[in-house]
Design a protein around this ligand. Structure first.
Ligand SMILES: C[S@@+](CC[C@H](N)C(=O)[O-])C[C@H]1O[C@@H](n2cnc3c(N)ncnc32)[C@H](O)[C@@H]1O
Ligand SMILES: [Zn+2]
Length: 434
């Protein structure tokens, strides 16, 4: 009998899932911000499955002895000093045996390996036991020395480098001293080949979708090929109105400056160039509101006329009033009646001020909607008919703004509606390709 891979025996699913949920809200430095890919898998789950597929189950009787020994050496006897503690804010906490299995779980090589992949933090365990009142924030749910933790992939994080060093050594030892080649024939947004590369493997990624193909090249190939220090002419950093990428490629300024990463420099430079052009042409269609914050988007709802003959209000079709449901930053729309009219006014409520999250579309009502003015239900059949007759309307319900730290939401102001009307007119004059 041959030894099964670790993935065939066990995985710390709950811990990996918790970090995968957190992965969804990661932005800075995350490949998901490079280009939208609809089927993208979370990086923590991808890292865990690649690693657990490449190493054997060390508790199995057929596991090669040197691998079992290496697990105990790297995860017990010779844990690097940098992993024998962790920081919580400015406080350092000592914990010399980071991969010790949870209390009551046997201290075996398999359990050490699982703990290495993902382990709850001491703060989370204390909270779960009811010994701590406050739930730790998502970034502190997992132990900092966990392989799947987002911070582990930061090349400037000493602990992350040490953790990845151990993972790479284990992968090599499990595969005859050389990391194997990993093939992902359906690689999509590249989470699996990226994580295989992080674990020291050569990755081959394939996809028949041309968008995925380009994302894959930009994720797995270009950073390694072009992400190097180099020279850029100073002129390139000062885009002029008429300049285009081709004129820059042959820019003839002789003054050069050294940049640490020409790929990062070029991407940022040309992204800014594009943004500047876009701002020039359509920036006036996104006027800031009273708060002065730049506008980045508008939220809309389809509308249908209430089927109550004595009401006929315009009902916004909303499944939920929640527009943001992040811990500590919940934002919801509010609906109130404008005086004695049949018009619904939208506002914004945040966190504790949120009183209601249910939208107008009735859950389990198979698509029927409740009117916020008369409370009567408009059946799904009326809604369907209105759709087929082209009688569904639309309504701007909130505005998304860009604040220094994150996105924010504000109520619609007359200038927003005016800008939309202007944009609509402009769009009608734009020539469309045949
Ligand atoms: C579930 S997605 C993969 C997601 C990926 N693991 C990620 O993290 O983004 C499946 C991918 O398989 C690709 N695909 C489906 N059939 C294929 C085929 N016959 N050859 C190549 N790629 C294919 C699709 O284009 C899609 O990108
Ligand atoms: Zn009504």
């Amino acid at each position: 009998m041959t030894c099964p891979r670790l993935i065939e025996v066990a995985l710390p699913i709950r811990e990996i899932s918790a970090e995968s949920v957190r992965d969804k809200s990661m932005r800075h430095g995350h490949i998901s911000t490079l280009h939208l890919w609809w089927a993208r898998r979370p990086l923590p789950a991808s890292r865990a499955i690649v690693f657990a597929s490449l190493v054997p189950d060390p508790d199995h009787p057929d596991c090669p002895k040197p691998f079992r020994k290496a697990v105990m050496r790297l995860l017990h006897d010779e844990v690097p000093p940098t992993l024998k503690g962790y920081w919580r804010g400015k406080k350092s906490k000592r914990d010399a045996d980071p991969y010790k299995p949870y209390k009551g779980i046997p201290d075996s090589p398999r359990n050490r390996l699982l703990t290495f992949i993902a382990k709850w933090s001491p703060e989370w365990l204390a909270f779960e036991r009811g010994e701590a009142e406050d739930q730790p924030p998502p970034a502190e749910m997992l132990d900092d020395r966990s392989l799947v933790k987002w911070e582990t992939s930061d090349p400037e994080n000493d602990q992350g480098r040490a953790v990845l060093g151990i993972a790479r050594e284990l992968v090599r030892l499990a595969n005859g001293g050389q990391a194997p080649t990993v093939l992902d024939p359906f690689a999509g947004g590249g989470a699996i080949p990226l994580e295989a590369t992080r674990l020291g493997c050569q990755a081959i990624a394939n996809d028949y979708n041309p968008v995925a193909y380009l994302i894959l090249r930009a994720t797995c190939e270009f950073p390694q090929k072009f992400g190097k220090p180099g020279l850029r002419t100073k002129e390139e950093g000062m885009a002029t109105k008429d300049a285009s990428p081709s004129t820059f490629a042959f820019g003839h300024s002789s003054e050069k400056e050294r940049v640490p990463n020409v790929l990062a420099y070029d991407v940022e430079h040309w992204a800014n160039w594009l943004l500047d052009r876009a701002r020039e042409r359509i920036g006036h269609l996104y006027p800031p509101g009273k708060d002065g914050q730049p506008v980045v988007g508008y939220l809309w709802a389809r509308t249908v006329q209430c089927s109550n003959p004595s009401c006929r209000a315009e009902i916004p079709l909303l499944r939920s009033l929640l527009v943001c449901n992040k811990p500590g930053k919940r934002v919801a729309l509010t609906m109130t009646r404008k005086g004695k009219t049949k018009v619904v006014e939208f506002g914004i409520a945040k966190n504790r001020a949120i009183k209601e999250t249910e939208g107008t579309m009735i859950e389990k009502g198979r698509g029927s909607v409740r009117c916020p003015i008369c409370e009567q239900t408009t059946p799904v059949e009326d809604l369907r008919r209105a759709g087929m007759d082209g009688k569904l309307g639309e309504r701007m319900v909130a505005v998304i703004t860009d604040t220094p730290n994150s996105k924010d939401y504000r109520p619609v102001e007359p200038s927003d509606v005016k800008a939309f009307e202007q944009a609509k007119k402009l769009a009608e004059t734009v020539e469309r390709p045949q």
